[in-house]
Design a protein around this ligand. Structure first.
Ligand code: ZN
Length: 114
């Protein structure tokens, strides 16, 4: 199952970072793109299951879904691509490139501090 693989990858990264800083993780935030969908509930469940008995047991995980970014060919700015209104949100131009879907990314880890 896709989510289990994602959860395992996250867990490994969080454990590695925690060991490096010698602290227990309390919270982590990850993000993923619109098309790279993971089911939040399944992922959280999988994460909780494999975190049992590790330094990550009981920590909180937030998942943020990022929208696809477009890059306008007129003004050069980036904007959140909206499929119902496919135009630059800055100048209204409908000529733009879509940027690659954001990958699954572990954005931050909060560690317990004394
Ligand atoms: Zn524009």
């Amino acid at each position: 199952m896709h989510e289990t693989m994602v959860a395992k990858g996250l867990l490994d990264s969080i454990i590695a970072e925690s060991e490096k800083r010698n602290a227990k993780p309390t919270k982590a935030k990850m993000s993923c793109g619109t098309f790279n969908t993971v089911n939040d509930e399944v992922l959280l469940f999988a994460f909780e299951a494999i975190a049992k008995g590790t330094i990550c047991e009981g920590m909180k995980l937030d998942i943020e879904h990022k929208s696809i970014q477009g890059k306008c060919k007129s003004c050069g700015k980036q904007f959140d691509f909206n499929i119902t209104k496919p135009a630059c949100s800055h100048c209204g131009c409908d000529k733009f490139d879509l940027l690659p879907d954001p990958a699954l990314l572990l954005e931050e880890i909060e560690l317990e501090t004394d």
